[in-house]
Write a protein that binds this ligand. Structure first.
Ligand code: PMP
Length: 351
């Protein structure tokens, strides 16, 4: 704390991302990164973009990327917003669309960045408990509210909500914005993108960090009614004209042009997830049904923090949240088949 800090900074409790240790031979299953590299076409586009043109500012409206996303998802370019990772998109969404008189609603077990943005912007919020099976129950979101946000599939549970359930929430709140954070949707979830043309209060946020193996490039986007997108553009253009640099723009566009690679790698992650879930169930773990690139597990007879420490001693890192309701769970990202095998070996030793 410094006397030079503004009052808002003194009050902040920043989000803490999963650690990025630089140890050789580490099996890193703690931040839901994709074990497969980006498409070779993306790497080629990045090499080509690493050129003299970097002396020029990038396109502030990211037109080519917006057009690519609009074509890919069958929407209009005015229905597309892009940002520096979906975290930045979310930061702008919270400021532009989620601060109202009535409280914002989100699940009690959810992406732990949401309460951080609320604190930053002074947004009143209320958490809605997941049911006993750790599921979002749409009926629990009935009644007046300022807005709603939830990940689908949810994080860190991995549990997805069906499209009809999402639509029922959007329909139940025509006066409030409903944001669906689809960071993990490509690993088997139901996307709400098809609904945006029908519901002016629905905003869908996605990222290239997970299913497109581009966490290091930082590209995310939102799809929704042009009025919602305009609100985001207004905030973005009051903050940073160029959140996406020339390399990010080139890499992101190339990623959507290599559909075969996308399909192949996301299916490989899904297949590994199912194998890992089976292997961990055989070791006595309770495994929540996941539609994401991670699984959320607990062992009835072993403390989660101790398991995480034991895994770390064996050079395997997973995520443990010391938070109410989930302190006995571990969130394990789906790695390569070798990573998953190393995890199972280490757990066998520990149990
Ligand atoms: N939403 C959820 C639910 C996430 O888990 C993450 C990853 N931490 C993000 C958004 C942000 O991802 P990115 O900024 O890499 O797009």
């Amino acid at each position: 704390m410094s006397r030079y800090w503004s009052a808002v900074v003194s009050e902040l409790t920043p989000y803490v991302p999963g650690e990025q240790p630089k140890l050789p031979g580490l099996v890193k299953l703690n931040t839901n990164e994709n074990p497969y590299g980006p498409s070779p076409q993306v790497l080629a586009a990045l090499r080509e973009a690493a050129a003299d043109s970097l002396r020029l500012y990038p396109d502030p409206s990211a037109s080519e990327l917006k057009q690519t996303l609009a074509d890919y998802h069958g929407v209009k370019t005015q229905e597309v917003f892009v940002g520096n990772g979906s975290d930045e998109v979310l930061a702008l969404v919270f400021m532009a669309l989620l601060k109202h008189e009535a409280p914002l609603l989100f699940p009690d077990i959810s992406y732990s960045f949401y309460p951080v943005y609320c604190k930053l912007y002074g947004i009143d919020y209320r958490t809605v408990p997941l049911d006993e099976q750790m599921r979002i129950r749409p009926g629990d979101y009935a009644g007046p509210c300022g807005a709603i946000i939830f990940p689908n599939p949810n994080a860190p549970t991995g549990i997805g909500l069906g499209l009809a359930a999402v639509e029922s929430m959007v329909q139940a709140h025509p006066e409030a914005v409903v944001v669906v954070d689809e960071a993990y949707v490509d690993f088997g979830g139901d996307s709400a993108v098809a609904l945006i043309s029908q519901y002016p209060n629905l905003l869908v946020v996605q990222t290239l960090s997970k299913s497109r193996s581009l966490a290091g490039l930082r590209v995310g986007f939102a799809l929704g009614h042009p009025d919602l997108i305009e609100a985001l553009e207004r905030v973005k253009n009051s903050f940073n004209s160029y959140p996406l640099d020339r390399l990010s723009l080139a890499g992101a566009v190339a990623s959507f042009r290599d559909e075969a690679y996308f399909q192949q790698t996301r299916q490989a992650v899904i297949d590994s997830r199912e194998q890992l879930a089976t292997a961990l169930a055989q070791l006595g773990f309770e495994v929540l049904p996941s539609q994401a690139n991670f699984i959320f597990v607990r062992h009835p007879r072993h403390d989660a923090a101790q398991l995480a420490a034991g895994l770390r001693a064996r050079s395997v890192i997973v995520r443990h949240f010391n938070a109410p309701r989930i302190s006995q769970f571990l969130r394990i990202s789906i790695g390569s088949p070798d990573d998953c095998a190393a995890l199972v070996r280490a757990l066998r030793e520990l149990l």
